[in-house]
Design a protein around this ligand. Sequence first.
Ligand code: FMN
Length: 179
Amino acid sequence: MTHSKRIVVGIAGGIAAYKSAMLVSRLVQSGQSVSVVMTTSATQFVGAATFSALTGSAPVIDPFDPRFPLGPHIELAQNCKLMIVAPATARIIASCSLGLANDLLSTLYLNMECPVLFAPAMSAAMWDNPAVQRNIQQLQKDGGHLVGPESGWLSCRRVGLGRMSEPEAILQACKPWLE
Ligand SMILES: Cc1cc2nc3c(=O)[nH]c(=O)nc-3n(C[C@H](O)[C@H](O)[C@H](O)COP(=O)(O)O)c2cc1C
């Protein structure tokens, strides 16, 4: 069964983007209609072809993508039940918390009327930085939801807090909004 309202998965430029392929696959397998939005940096970490195949539709990267005459920041927010940002980089967290609208993903965020779940991923030093913590607090104050980060092995070759939650944990966190 395919559900009528879509889920938008926003993928930002962190090494954990490879885990988001599994997240998207699991959502699609459970019958969800999924649209993927990638930042330009995200395309350095995982290929657009992966998400085209997993969702049946090319991920949206270009804010002027001609498939969306009204703009993808408008059309993707329509009929949407949940937005997941995974991995949520320090950069996208900052842009969203400030309402900067300086790329497609952060502009789409401002248009979203559905719940938004962020799965942060970054080095422990970045996560501990007061600027990042301030932005996270602002996102939560604005009604944003958070899953993770977890403590564990980080791609900077250290163990610490900043690892993106596993796809299974993100799916669990989505449950209240999936029907
Ligand atoms: C190998 C590598 C790994 C990175 N991993 C992360 C990460 O996990 N989290 C993060 O916030 N930034 C990470 N960065 C930095 C981001 O890619 C950079 O801040 C970028 O501008 C983020 O853009 P975006 O938020 O538009 O995707 C990484 C950069 C490199 C080169």
